[in-house]
Design a binder for this molecule. Sequence first.
Ligand code: NDP
Ligand code: GDR
Length: 371
Amino acid sequence: MKKALITGVTGQDGSYLAEFLLGKGYEVHGIKRRASLFNTERVDHIYEDPHEKNPQFYLHYGDLTDTSNLTRILQEVQPDEVYNLGAQSHVAVSFEAPEYTADVDAIGTLRLLEAIRFLGLEKKTKFYQASTSELYGLVQETPQKETTPFYPRSPYAVAKMYAYWITVNYRESYGMYACNGILFNHESPRRGETFVTRKITRGIANIAQGLESCLYLGNMDALRDWGHAKDYVRMQWMMLQQDEAEDFVIATGKQISVREFVRMSAAEAGITLEFSGEGEQEIATVVEVNHEMAPGVSPGDVIIQVDPRYFRPAEVETLLGDPSKAKEKLGWTPEITVEEMCAEMVQSDLEKAKQHALLKKHGYTVSVAKE
Ligand code: NDP
Ligand code: GDR
């Protein structure tokens, strides 16, 4: 039985990857951070109580900033595969906490690689690094592929650039099986609530159910190549099953704007929007509504406004990936379209919003967290 160790197992990708690997018969170990509240919601459904049966899924307390902790976990687990998904992964937050982001995302990757080498596991343990399309930043070529030059535009992207190259360096220096998946944006109902797609689907769902009145967003013109996390974690595993370690771009090859994602999400919730104004003045007004689906809104309501608070000091305006290499060499193609993904996210958030609305109707206090 193969053993995998996943950093960031409590995150979006970590939870899908853990499920995927358990399905393949792996023994899966994940690193979770200590928090003052439970932070395992995304993996609770696969956690097996060790008191009841022989578990296949184990959680270890740890942190990418703690070398001795990482070394001890690696020594205990002796994994065949390490997936380094743990990161301070929010681009906007990286401008607020650049040093911490560098410590976790850049040096954290080095700590793991060095621990593998220090323990003499470099010939046994395969290493996957969660690299990112943010490396392309101010794009030098469209669409972006493995050979496109990097131009990072945030402390997050700069930290991830170090992680990218240190992974390549350990592969070339020590013959480690270490590779980068350069993944373009991927989303799901498990996406963190402050990334734009989830912020939109959750906001629209809450507005449709009368729990909120308006959603405030930043740059509506940004273009992204959005795929589904389920498709992308499959590729993370595929990348570690080759004879030779190589880096791959993972993307859909299609892009849409934030505005288009808003329009699509609203339509899924029974709301037709009209956009007007430009830049900071842009708003979206309800022109038609299916009241059964969206009892909380009426025609004429302004439900989207731009708030410059969400603009970034340096923006990545457009990203579009070319996944040809992954298709040719690994036979990988994404199965879920952005439309299907958006519909799944809206429906999942509507389900939650309806539960909240019902509680509210029956006199219970419901607080909706916002950033
Ligand atoms: P999430 O933000 O959902 O998950 C990040 C995970 O990292 C969480 O489990 C988080 O723990 C953990 N983490 C954060 N800080 C530390 C730390 N100091 N030590 C250990 N673990 C830590 O990200 P995604 O699942 O979306 O992304 C997974 C990886 O892929 C990340 O590295 C991200 O940068 C990268 N990536 C993501 C893309 C995307 O579109 N989703 C695209 C390209 C790359 P906790 O739950 O406690 O916060
Ligand atoms: P990104 O994702 O920065 O691409 O990083 P995010 O969803 O945060 O932003 C995408 C684009 O939408 C614009 N935007 C907003 N973004 C947020 N978060 N909130 C808003 O209100 C808002 N309004 C407009 C942004 O400016 C941006 O242009 C994600 C993360 O998962 C990274 O970890 C990963 O590496 C990259 O994707 C690929």
